[in-house]
Design a protein. Structure first.
Lengths: 294, 298
């Protein structure tokens, strides 16, 4: 029971990291980044390559991989999303084009990684996993790292979004990018920065998952993307606290299903959550009163 | 009927993919971002396959697949009634994936992760051609006459549609039902031509393939989806040397089309400015800064 609770907390932390990045891009830039799962895999893959064949120390490799995932996301913003934002005045067309283009980017990245890794799951081998006894439960150093990193980052991002000048700028863009621009906010720079952070969070989540489960492949990114959809619908877009609460709620449910229920249905948990929230509380669990989501 | 080395198998698979592409194009044209048709493809396919294995006559099995696809999609519409745009896209992608999960875990009924093999029923090339042509004519009529245009109004301006007395909720449910039936029909035809179906029919790679077809051809009209289906079914066979690189090409196509030619091949073929004029909203009283600062990082 206690062991399962630990699993749930670890999964919840990972989901938080992954969904925060997705929610950040969507909440502020209206970008549903379908390549977020691919960025997650990119982080893990680069770290794995650097440690495995480059012989680099883990921390250095991880930092490079996280930055690379962030830069890739920023590159997508510079080359594609910026164009879409400025060419299509109709919001619906912008959203459709963004959706389609990021599905495209995700596919390209996925396939490149699939061919590089020859379809075999990859891990980060040289990292030494140690297990500790905490109150009679077995906890690995990776699990502790995941929870601590998430805790620190979640608080930092929450503070940043609520208190800092830049955070206020991002929230202004989310409210209305037109108003933001007239207020003197450099929408394009803020967008590139936001995408960088979003991609870096995905890359970090990828590395941490790889350490925890010892091997991932392209498919893993898709699975996390699906659950992150549920996190965002349950928690509400752009709300850091909502995303965190939803991530832990879904992690708890998913761990319970794996531990005590029909384990093969765990992918179904995300969808059940989406349905349940839509039927009983359409605004999301933590949203202000709002009948429709558009 | 053979031209350009189109053999029977290729023609049937073009028709199947065209039907599947229609199931995504129809709601997309109405401004409804639903990929649920791909889930209904599996629903219809499995229904037809299971019934056919249990000795139900082929036409009846196919009709049951179409009907169940429509019903599932309609129920989905009732549940997702409050979702718009990207939320809807996410929820329908989740629906597609979950259909795959159910198919992979429903035991002997669906054959688990291996799927179903050697489905006894089959369908002739003539029948499948007739189905394809009939559906295309139906969609042509649907786009051309009243309901088709009210769909465009609803897509472009919901308030205007409301004031014209268009029942948007009803229209969306209709779109889902039609999409589900098209998906179910595609699934049924697929099973009856290749005699197998596996859980991967509802998954990410299928979503990517169908989305590429619709976007490449153009989502504004059924012709676009049909062109996309023909091109992307035929080209990978013709240029098979590219092999595993096709997904990368789909990805490139999606990205480039989304940015530079959102109306697809159809949009490029018809007068190039026409689509733009139609898709741009009427001039607003206050210019949006996004439009003013094109290309500017100021």
């Amino acid at each position: 029971m206690g062991q399962q609770l630990i699993n749930a907390i670890v999964l919840g932390s990972i989901l938080t990291l992954f969904s925060l990045g997705l929610s950040l891009a969507w909440g502020s830039l209206d970008v549903l980044n379908m390549s977020h799962g691919a960025l997650f895999v990119v982080g893990a893959f680069i770290a794995s390559k650097l440690v495995d064949s480059g012989g680099m120390p883990f921390v250095l490799a991880a930092v490079i991989a996280i930055i690379a995932a962030g830069l890739l996301a920023a590159l997508v913003e510079l080359l594609i999303l910026r164009r879409i934002r400025t060419t299509f005045p109709s919001r619906r067309q912008r959203e459709l084009s963004t959706l389609v283009a990021t599905v495209g980017v995700g596919t390209i990245v996925d396939e490149l990684i699939r061919s590089e890794s020859e379809g075999v799951p990859f891990g980060i081998p040289s990292f030494a996993v140690e297990r500790h006894d905490v109150l009679g439960l077995s906890v690995s150093n990776v699990q502790i790292m995941i929870v601590v990193v998430t805790f620190v980052l979640a608080i930092a991002i929450d503070r940043f979004m609520r208190r800092s000048r830049q955070g206020r700028a991002i929230r202004t863009i989310a409210f209305d990018s037109g108003i933001a621009e007239t207020m003197g906010i450099r929408v394009n720079s803020v967008a590139a920065g936001t995408m960088f952070v979003s991609g870096a969070l995905a890359g970090l989540a990828g590395i941490l998952v790889t350490l925890n489960v010892s091997g991932i492949d392209v498919q893993t990114g898709h699975q996390y993307l699906l659950i992150a959809f549920a996190v965002i619908i349950v928690g509400g877009v752009g709300s850091v606290r909502g995303a965190i609460a939803a991530a832990f709620l879904i992690a708890l449910a998913q761990t319970a299903v794996v531990a005590y229920g029909p384990a093969q249905w765990q992918a179904g948990v995300a969808f059940i959550f989406i349905l349940a929230v839509l039927i009983f509380r359409p605004g999301g669990l933590f949203a202000r009163v709002q009948a429709e989501r558009s | 009927m053979t031209f350009l080395n189109f053999d029977a198998a290729l023609i049937s698979s073009i028709v199947v993919y065209a039907l599947l592409a229609f199931s995504v194009q129809v709601p997309l044209r109405a401004g409804v971002f639903s990929l649920g048709g791909i889930g209904c493809f599996a629903v219809g396919g499995y229904t037809t396959a299971i019934l056919s294995i249990h000795g139900v006559p082929t036409p009846l099995a196919l009709v049951a697949g179409v009907a169940l696809g429509g019903v599932v999609s309609f129920l989905l519409a009732l549940v997702l009634v409050r979702l718009r745009s990207l939320y809807l896209a996410m929820a329908t992608v989740a629906f597609v994936i979950i259909v795959g999960v159910v198919a992979a875990n429903a035991g002997d009924l669906t054959g688990g992760s291996l799927g179903l093999f050697a489905v006894p029923g089959s369908i002739g090339l003539g029948t499948i051609e007739i189905i394809g042509i009939a559906v295309a004519l139906l969609l042509f009529a649907l786009e051309r006459y009243v309901s088709g245009r009210s769909v465009v109004v609803a897509r472009e301006d919901e308030d205007l549609a409301n004031s014209l007395g268009i029942d948007i909720g009803r229209q969306r449910r209709m779109m889902f039902a039609v999409s589900g039936m098209l998906g179910g029909l595609a699934g049924g035809c697929h099973v009856l031509t290749v005699a197998t179906i596996a859980p991967e029919t509802a998954g990410f790679s299928m979503i990517i393939l169908v989305l590429t077809m619709v976007i490449l051809g153009g989502f504004g009209t059924w012709v676009g989806a049909a062109i996309g289906a023909v091109v992307l079914t035929w080209l990978p066979l013709e240029i098979s040397s590219l092999g595993d690189w096709w997904p990368v090409i789909y990805g490139l196509m999606l990205t480039v089309m989304a940015v530079y030619a959102p109306a697809g091949i159809v949009g490029l073929l018809s007068r190039p400015t026409r689509w733009l004029r139609h898709s741009l909203p009427r001039p607003r009283s206050t210019p949006q800064p996004n439009e003013v600062s094109i290309g500017g990082d100021t």
